[in-house]
Design a protein around this ligand. Structure first.
Ligand code: NAD
Ligand code: GLY
Length: 374
């Protein structure tokens, strides 16, 4: 069941290993990367309680010592205070240029630990051991690291590629269902942006995947990582094609900002809504057939993800409020709204100058739409 995807970036190339049981053999995987038998693990308290003992035992079994810092779980950790704690701890642990930082956790820990590694002593290597579905298919691959500013998400950061990614799909067994589904929205995104056959496969296997089908999980993570790796290899620093990975994200970021980046709406749930709205907009502008947004909505709803704005607890601002939040999105260039749109399922493209009235009409309709039955 084991798969390996190579991210081809010249001297910074690395493997993403995917499959169950990788945590138990992490020591063997890390040994060739170590100048001395010691690693610094950054994790969060929830993940530490469930998975740190197994990692520590695996490292000890290979003669590797480990020190660990467990930070509070949640997005609030990915800020200046969390970064200071992480970097100062690494310095106190005497982590040197040739040492290795290991990020054990979801996207919050991966982004934070990766950025800490990027700036510690002008850059030390790091390994990602992603423990959420979102982190396994998205945030652990591609080298975007960073923290949030009080003024906005992900505004401070660096490109710093990991030296290795160990995506142990068995770790997803302890992930709460809501978090699993939020990550699934990103899996569906890969099919929608570039692989119609993958999306069709997901339509069939999605429920089994959510119920725990181990082989389907490995296949879904591996195909997602293959797609991300190929895009990152062609456009590491997002000069062009990498923007396709943001399908649904302009809407999603506005929805997350409107709900205060809170537990009211997880990032992946916002992405599910954003994917539906991006296809609505694509259909309204005549780029894709009307059936496509219907199909996107049907599959995400069948998986248990939100697909109607009515489903966001606590209410949302109106159309103009959401448009104002979109205008702050970093994908706005010279006041023009850039969107990732689609010419059909699996055919995303970047549209540079989307008429605000079309976006307004899509939001008006979405805000008025009832929750779908079922
Ligand atoms: P997260 O890291 O907050 O994890 C979600 C929750 O699940 C946390 O409470 C965590 O403690 C818990 N958890 C993690 N693994 C678990 C496990 N195996 N069992 C039980 N509980 C577990 O959230 P996330 O969704 O993984 O990541 C979101 C972050 O990722 C955001 O900050 C986002 O900006 C970032 N992100 C980065 C990139 C990138 O390219 N760098 C891409 C997408 C998202
Ligand atoms: N998650 C978007 C990117 O990595 O570019």
């Amino acid at each position: 069941m084991m798969r390996t995807v190579r991210v081809e970036l010249g001297p910074r190339s690395y493997d993403v290993r995917i499959g169950p049981g990788l945590l138990a053999t992490a020591g063997d995987a890390l040994r060739p990367l170590l100048a001395r038998p010691r690693v610094a693990v950054i994790t969060d308290e929830t993940v530490a309680a469930r998975h740190l003992p197994e990692l520590a035992a695996a490292l000890a079994g290979s003669g590797i010592g480990a020190a660990a810092l467990a930070l509070p779980p949640g997005e609030a950790t990915k800020g200046w205070a969390g970064l200071e704690r992480a970097v100062e701890w690494l310095i106190a642990e005497r982590i040197e240029r040739r040492d290795l930082v290991l990020a054990l956790g979801g996207g919050v820990i991966g982004d934070l630990a990766g950025f800490a590694a990027a700036i510690l002593r002008r850059g030390v290597r790091f390994v990602q051991v992603p423990t959420t579905l979102l982190a396994q298919v998205d945030s652990s691959v591609g080298g975007k690291t960073g923290i949030n500013s009080p003024r906005g998400k992900n505004l401070v950061g660096a490109f710093h590629q990991p030296a290795l990614v160990l995506a142990d799909t068995g770790l997803l067994d302890t992930l709460p269902r809501r978090e699993f589904l939020a990550g699934y929205a990103e899996v569906a995104k890969y099919g929608l942006l570039g692989d119609a056959a993958f999306f069709a496969w997901l339509e069939g296997v999605g429920p089994a995947l959510a119920a725990g089908d181990a082989a389907a999980r490995v296949q879904a993570v591996a195909r997602s990582v293959e797609m991300k790796a190929a895009i990152v290899a062609r456009d590491e620093t997002e000069e062009g094609e990498r923007a396709l990975l943001n399908l649904g994200h302009t809407f999603a970021h506005a929805l997350e900002a409107a709900t205060g980046y809170s537990g009211r709406l997880l990032h992946g749930e916002a992405v599910a809504l954003g994917l539906v709205l991006a296809f609505d907009l694509s259909a309204r502008l005549g780029f894709c057939p009307q059936e496509d947004p219907v199909r996107v909505r049907a599959h995400l709803a069948a998986m248990g993800l939100p697909v109607a704005l009515e489903q966001v607890p606590g209410g949302l601002p109106g159309t103009e409020g959401l448009l104002a939040l979109m205008a702050q999105d970093k994908k706005v260039i010279d006041g023009r709204l850039r969107f990732v749109l689609a010419r059909g399922i699996g055919q995303a493209f970047v549209a540079a100058d989307v008429p605000p009235d079309a976006v307004r009409a899509v939001l008006d309709q979405a805000l008025a739409a009832p929750v779908p039955p079922g």
